[in-house]
Design a protein around this ligand. Structure first.
Ligand SMILES: Cc1ncc(C[n+]2csc(CCOP(=O)(O)OP(=O)(O)O)c2C)c(N)n1
Length: 514
């Protein structure tokens, strides 16, 4: 058996059955093996940052890793923005990076690059397989590393000759380690703080703590102690809508964040990090909480928040507490688009168990408060700040949910231009993705950033944030990649187009002029 076959068989044996790919010469044997071995679903992306972003979106919904297939160091480099985002999202991904044959490396051929160095910047696990006989074992360990809770990036570099040579051995799946146990002292300490300072305490959730059972346990604790629960701004995936906790995130805006945290003398971290600003600004602190606040770690991101919160519920004897009713479902807003009106409209029309991929940047900052009363849904965010993940994450999420759930990608135009090839994959795979493309023709958020950093923009500086000369025609771009599209200038038109798109089993793009 050649190495490539042992690799595909090992991946399948380890539960990896989806491959997001953009192949080149060094990956030809892997691609050829896919035809000979049934079971591996392969999805083509036309740029590597689409490929890695799709793998991230896939994991967030499927909760098991896909693999990517990337071509040499430069292919990996193209995919690194979204691998960075995936690492911040704590998603599990197995990257297979094809590379020069071992014997060809010393000749310094054009595509030769230090893939290992690149891989280390975005991966928790990196290995180069040097022998066909070891490739299966290496692949099983890569999957184990990726599946280590809550999820990691594992990168396996695969020289072409290791792929094509005989001697491949299929390896059995390797069980990932369980999450490290929660420290009993951390539970006792949190309980003590909550008993004596409950109303001055924020319980800050992130990671798995904003999904499923952890939400209701956190609510029990907060209700028993009069504390506030919030989600970290850097949260990649929240379970939201009716019957879920009405969580707000710590705001992105530095002053708003400082204000929202000002009253808390204690912050209990549940899989979150102590909140800091996205950037440092002149004369502004880096931390967003007050400088005399005490930070208490209940559980780290690599620990199980359900175990931690259950321990806290028991320590406090916190009774059951019903999740508050979010009130009536909003109705479609009419007329000219506003951020609140769009959020309300989204809440009014989204089908049950929709998946929202939100890269709305400046327009979406206040979407949450209008969407608590929507049907239960999942909301996906950009966790690493490297724009260009909304469209690929939407695409991967549609694959990861087996095309069974409607994905709505609320997408800012400037960020969309980084990875717009995602639309082509959506059309080719007939994925149920509705993109609401927010066309404001500018890098709006950065206008405010000039002021925040204390810079004085002149006409040249302002023109660096302007996308209107020439204007970008999203209906034609989408059509050119096989995606049907229409323009809307009012929220009622947008609502009609959204509803219509939900009955299709193919993608649709609404260019909303905002
Ligand atoms: C990979 C990467 N490149 C550049 C930036 C800097 N950046 C942040 S926001 C932004 C523009 C966002 O514009 P758009 O997506 O249209 O959203 P809007 O600000 O108009 O709401 C840019 C270029 C970034 N965050 N990440």
């Amino acid at each position: 058996m050649i190495g490539a076959k042992s690799l595909v068989k090992t991946l399948l044996a380890s539960g990896v059955d989806t491959c997001f790919a953009n192949p080149g010469t060094s990956e030809m044997h892997f691609v050829a093996a896919l035809d000979q071995i049934p079971g591996m679903k392969c999805v083509l992306g036309l740029q590597e940052n689409v490929v890695t972003g799709m793998a991230d979106g896939y994991f967030r919904l499927a909760r098991r890793p896909a693999c990517t297939l990337l071509h040499c160091g430069p292919g990996l480099a193209n995919g690194m923005g979204n691998l960075h985002n995936a690492r911040r999202a704590r998603s599990a991904i197995v990257n297979i990076v094809g590379d020069q044959a071992v014997f060809h490396r010393p000749f310094d051929a054009p595509l030769t690059a230090d893939a290992t160095a690149m891989a280390h910047t975005v991966s928790q696990w990196v290995r180069t397989s040097m022998k066909s006989a070891e490739l299966g074992r290496d692949a099983a360990e890569a999957v184990r590393a990726a599946r280590t809770f809550p999820g990691q990036i594992a990168t396996l570099i695969l020289p072409a000759d290791v792929s094509w040579e005989e001697g491949g051995l299929v390896a059995e799946a390797v069980t990932p380690p369980p999450p490290p146990a929660v420290d009993g002292h951390a539970i006792e300490n949190a309980a003590r703080i909550l008993r004596s300072h409950g109303t001055d305490t924020l319980i800050l959730l992130a990671g798995h703590a904003v999904l499923g059972e952890a939400q209701s346990l956190a609510w029990r604790v907060a209700s028993a102690c009069g504390s506030v629960v919030m989600a970290d701004y850097v949260t990649s995936h929240l379970a939201r809508g009716r019957s879920r906790l009405q969580l707000e995130r710590v705001p992105y805006d530095m002053n708003a964040a400082i204000q929202s945290l000002a009253r808390f003398k204690h912050i209990i971290l549940v899989n979150s990090k102590a909140p800091v600003g996205f950037f440092g600004y002149p004369g502004t602190p880096s931390i967003q909480y007050r400088s005399d606040a005490c930070i208490h770690v209940l559980s780290r991101p690599d620990q199980d928040p359900v175990e931690a919160l259950r321990g806290l519920v028991n320590a406090l004897n916190a009774p059951d507490a019903a999740i508050p009713d979010p009130g009536p479902r909003p109705e479609v807003a009419q007329g000219a688009p506003t951020p609140g009106g769009l959020a309300q409209t989204l809440a009014a029309v989204m089908p049950e168990h929709a998946i929202i991929s939100d890269e709305s940047i400046s327009y979406g900052r206040g979407f949450y408060k209008f969407t608590h009363a929507a049907p239960p849904h999942d909301w996906l965010h950009l966790a690493g700040g490297a724009i260009g993940d909304g469209m690929p994450v939407a695409t991967g999420a549609a694959v990861g949910s087996n095309r069974q759930r409607r994905v709505i990608n609320v997408q800012a135009d400037g960020s969309a231009m980084y990875t717009l090839q995602s639309l082509w994959t959506q059309a080719r795979e007939r994925l149920p993705v509705t993109t609401v493309l927010l066309n404001n023709g500018k890098y709006n958020i950065l206008i405010g950033e000039y002021k925040n950093v204390g810079a004085a923009p002149g006409p040249t500086a302002m023109s660096m944030l302007d996308l209107q000369d020439p204007a970008i025609d999203w209906v034609r771009l989408a059509n050119g990649m096989g995606v049907e599209a229409a323009r809307a200038t009012t929220l009622d038109q947008c609502a009609d187009l959204m509803r219509d798109s939900f009955s299709r089993d193919s993608p649709f793009l609404i260019e909303l002029m905002i």
